[in-house]
Write a protein that binds this ligand. Sequence first.
Ligand code: COA
Length: 150
Amino acid sequence: MNIRALRKTESAPMDLLLDADPSQTLVEDYLSRGICYVAEIGNHIVGVYVLLPTRPDTIELVNIAILKQEQGKGFGKTLVLDAVNQARARGYKTVEIGTGNSSIQQLALYQKCGFRICGIDVDFFIRHYSEDIYENGIHCRDMIRLYQDL
Ligand code: COA
């Protein structure tokens, strides 16, 4: 798998990005302010993530997604670790990430990649999304905030 920054002339893999965040408005906002990376096997895009500078020295990993048929093969973990390395190489001191209280797999993955929980944005998904989100039989209401010092 080859991971590279999306070229300015290329369009972002929107369907894949919307798997990570159902809000087209938020995804487009992240794309306009962040750096989009794609993971390819041959010339087929199988994964994506966006790094979004938020504060001085801090960058956030947003919109990470792997194509459904390629999930569970370790590609997600490879992308998270690549994002951390990119952030370090760009001189950032902290990487942050946020996920839903119902996103059990993502919470496992991020902690396995060295992230620690630092807070909860209570009712984030109630405030920002018009539709109710359920995963693993759990109502997604709160955003769990995680960070990693570089
Ligand atoms: N409990 C514990 N660990 C779990 C788990 C669970 N229920 N489900 C998965 N994991 C672990 C795996 O065991 C693996 O760890 P390991 O390498 O130590 O075994 C780790 O999670 C990552 O697995 P990986 O195969 O690399 O993940 P993936 O390629 O399937 O990608 C996502 C993970 C989240 C990117 C992918 O599922 C996806 O695109 N989901 C839809 C979009 C999304 O939700 N994005 C995140 C928004 S916050």
